[in-house]
Write a protein that binds this ligand. Structure first.
Ligand code: ADP
Length: 366
């Protein structure tokens, strides 16, 4: 141990994700096993501002591994982003003699973690977000459960689409990354999907539906990422009106593919974590404690090619921005040409995988 840790704090922040409770349990039990006390912060960073910390014993985290949501609660706290709020948070941590923090959440949560570490509080981030939009890690806690929830619900929509020969357009979460969309499109046998990573050919989509309807297909599902908030309803109207006009033109009612739109919204955030998310949360939570007690800070835990390891928080944030095309002036200034090339290569690999998967999906949707 590079520094003597006596007490650490754990919190869940930002958008909640199934498996966050399992991660808190793992952090708590791993720390206690190493002789370190644990305080749970209620309601994310806001709990630091209002001194809402509770001691966590092994029994406190018993019967929590399967819980949905987060039993520590989560919140978005803008005051924490301001210096005054940040100082209050630091005061609370000092008052409770907290030697380090483990913050479970998404990219916003990690920015908060960096701010704490800059002010001398060692902090480790654990990726808990259903979107899987942390580019540096192959998987985030909650992603697997969210996909399972989408599949279970879309399967139900298919039942009724098949009965009525309808189309249903389903918008799912994942603003900056199409991971939930493409995987659930594959798993539900959707006829098309719309993701930020690949261009969408709307004309070809409508033509495909007409062609398949003529061939006798009855149920049509299209999964759309929330990155395109207007697209789902507009596409619904277009498919509905185009096929209706065709039915009139050809005097064949059967060509009308009545189309509905469904926004899954926060339903996708709920539910009992899958086995995969429980195991991932457990491994990541325990590893975060190892990193912290090893004197590390400003890192996030990641899973890369099946291995649990870590990455620099700031590097992962730049990588995310590069992936989403939201880099700002000067953000690459602290990185060498080799590091930038490595980031570009990592992103190119991920985008290439998306392109391949999308092409395969399109082939099988005919
Ligand atoms: P997520 O962690 O799921 O991406 P948010 O982006 O809402 O969710 O961030 C969660 C919280 O992290 C915010 O409410 C805020 O308290 C903190 N946070 C976000 N961005 C920053 C920042 N730039 N500096 C400090 N704290 C931040």
């Amino acid at each position: 141990m590079a520094q003597k840790f006596r007490k650490i704090a754990v919190l869940t922040s930002g958008g909640d994700a199934p498996g966050m409770s399992a991660a808190v349990r793992a952090v708590t039990r791993a720390a206690l096993a190493k002789g370190v006390e644990v305080m749970g912060v209620k309601g994310g960073y806001r709990g630091l501002l209002y001194d809402e910390l509770v001691p966590l014993t092994s029994l406190d985290v018993s019967n929590k591994i399967f819980l949905s949501g987060t039993f520590l609660y989560s919140d978005r706290c803008d005051k924490f982003k301001e210096e005054e709020g940040m100082q209050k948070a630091i005061e609370t941590l000092k008052k409770h003699e907290i030697d380090g923090v483990i913050a479970i959440g998404g990219d916003g949560t990690f920015r908060g973690a960096t701010d704490l570490s800059i002010r001398g509080i060692p902090t480790i981030g654990v990726p808990g977000t259903i979107d899987n939009d942390i580019t540096a890690t192959d998987n985030t806690i909650g992603f697997n459960t969210a996909m399972q929830t989408v599949v279970e619900n879309v399967d139900r929509l298919r039942d009724t689409c098949e009965s009525h020969a309808r189309c249903n357009i389903v918008e799912v979460m994942g603003r900056g990354a199409g991971d939930i969309t493409i995987n659930t499109a594959i798993a539900t046998g959707a006829v098309d999907c719309v993701i930020p990573e690949c261009p969408f050919d709307e004309d070809a989509c409508v033509e495909k539906i007409i062609r398949l309807r003529r061939a006798g297909k009855r149920s049509f599902l299209i999964i759309v990422s929330e990155a395109f908030p207007e697209l789902g309803e507009a596409l619904k109207k277009r498919i509905d009106s185009t096929t209706k006009a065709l039915a009139i033109e050809e005097d064949d009612d059967r060509l009308w593919v009545e189309t509905k739109f469904c926004r899954m919204a926060h339903i996708v955030r709920g539910g009992t974590p899958t086995l995969g998310d429980r195991v991932l949360a457990t491994k990541m939570g325990a590893y975060a404690v190892d990193l912290l007690l090893d004197g590390k800070s400003d890192l996030i835990v990641i899973e890369k090619n099946g291995e649990i390891t870590s990455a620099d928080i700031r590097y992962t944030q730049v990588l995310d921005r590069m992936y989403k095309g939201t880099l700002k002036e000067g953000m690459l200034d602290n990185y060498s040409a080799d590091q930038i090339a490595a980031m570009e290569a990592e992103i190119a690999i991920k985008k290439e995988q998306f392109a391949k998967t999308y092409a395969m999906f399109q082939m099988l949707s005919e």
